[in-house]
Design a protein around this ligand. Structure first.
Ligand SMILES: Cc1ncc(COP(=O)(O)O)c(C=O)c1O
Length: 380
């Protein structure tokens, strides 16, 4: 039996063969510790610094503004907890949104147990934050705003530039979680106007377990990992050299191929939607109609259950559910709940996400298989 069509690139991406080649020497002969002053440390150290340059290039920042981490979750923890600790003498209020990834929401919830007040701003039906709601939430106690660049479930791209203006005007630090946007749309930190930005390697064709945090010069979140002083003293621990080399290469490729890849992802994503829509009227698309990642397609199938659809297509198409139904309990994702989507729709929500390797043939199969599954489920 052949492998299912992979349409879950927002969950994770395969490792690009060029990335595998870039990390391979550091899994094999170049095993040295980048901190070693002898011969074996030379190439690993050079690889880490080259990767820092490659990551800095995709973010349009200085090399010493990049800290390597273990991924998106750590980057978010570092930015949010680090800022809370560094600025607790100034205030105890943090603003975020209802549609963040748990790697932001749970961090904020954790900080509540230390006396921080968290405001989770709501979103409109497209999952879009209203900048005036952020502005209105700012108090004299606000020390940080954290709003994701693009949503992982529905793909909506948030108005980061405008929020950055408000944050600057009110002199509040601004962090964005760009785990889903990096490599798909521009993540130029100067155009975005953010003070901190998180990226995750495995969303842009590097391996799992590596990521980076951009921290603007002059911004000083508390040290995240205490130890021997690696990563400019902010995140100690012997560097994950193969992972870092991989992330650097992945950023170089993403920057080089961004236009071609986004055209391809958008074309396949849109064909998938149009062909499903032609044959199945009881569906609706979630997320913003224009301000959306080029690869993400969240569709709700009226009256159906996402898990049942995934069971039907599972051996042939890999996608994600936006809701989980266990016996008579329906768990709708916090993102769909925030958009006020009625339950008859939200419980039948599937997220398809295309990638740079998605072909027209993949989409053709996915359409046929999904339509077949929908027919089977409505026949029952
Ligand atoms: C928006 C967003 N932020 C953070 C993360 C977490 O990243 P990682 O898996 O690298 O810890 C993810 C992963 O799904 C994500 O989609």
């Amino acid at each position: 039996m052949s492998k299912p069509v992979y349409l879950d690139y927002n969950a994770t991406t395969p490792i690009d063969p060029e990335v595998v080649a870039a990390m391979k020497p550091f899994l094999e002969e170049e095993f040295g510790n980048p901190s070693s002053t002898h011969w074996f440390g030379i190439l690993p150290k050079r690889a880490v610094e080259n990767a820092r340059k490659q990551v800095a290039e995709i973010l349009n920042c200085a090399v010493d503004e990049i800290i390597f981490t273990s991924g998106g979750t750590e980057s978010n923890n570092h930015a949010i907890i680090g800022t809370a600790q560094a600025l607790k003498h100034k205030g105890n209020h943090i603003i975020t949104t209802q549609v963040e990834h748990p790697a932001v929401l749970e961090v904020c919830r954790y900080l509540e147990s230390f006396g921080f007040n968290i405001t989770c701003v709501g979103v409109d039906v497209y999952g879009m934050v209203d900048v005036s709601h952020i502005k209105d939430a700012i108090t004299s106690e606000t020390i940080l705003i954290s709003v994701m660049h693009a949503n992982n479930e529905i793909g909506t791209i948030e108005p980061i530039e405008e929020i950055a203006c408000v944050a600057k005007e009110k002199q509040v630090l601004f962090h964005t979680d760009a785990a889903q946007s990096a490599g798909k749309i521009s993540t130029d930190v100067n155009s975005l106007g953010v003070d901190m930005l998180s990226i995750a390697g495995h969303k842009l064709y590097a391996p799992k377990g590596v990521g980076a945090l951009y921290v603007r010069k002059g911004v000083n979140p508390d040290i995240f990992m205490h130890g021997a002083g690696q990563e400019m003293g902010r995140r100690a621990g012997t560097e994950n050299v193969p992972g870092i080399a991989a992330l650097g290469k992945a950023c170089e490729i993403a920057r080089r191929d961004m236009i071609v890849n986004s055209v391809q992802m958008k074309k396949t994503r849109d064909t998938l939607f149009q062909n499903l829509q032609k044959k199945w009227s009881e569906l609706r698309r979630n997320g913003h109609p224009e301000k959306v990642l080029p690869n993400t397609l969240s569709i709700s199938f009226k009256g159906l259950e996402a898990n049942r659809i995934l069971e039907e297509i599972g051996l042939q198409v890999a996608a994600s559910a936006g809701a989980a139904c266990h016996s008579d309990l329906v768990e709708i994702s916090h993102v769909l709940l925030a958009t006020d989507l009625p339950e008859t729709w939200s419980k039948g929500t599937i997220r398809f996400s295309t990638g740079k390797n998605t072909s027209d043939a993949d989409i053709e199969s996915a359409v046929t298989i999904t339509l077949e599954a929908l027919k089977t489920l409505t026949r029952d």
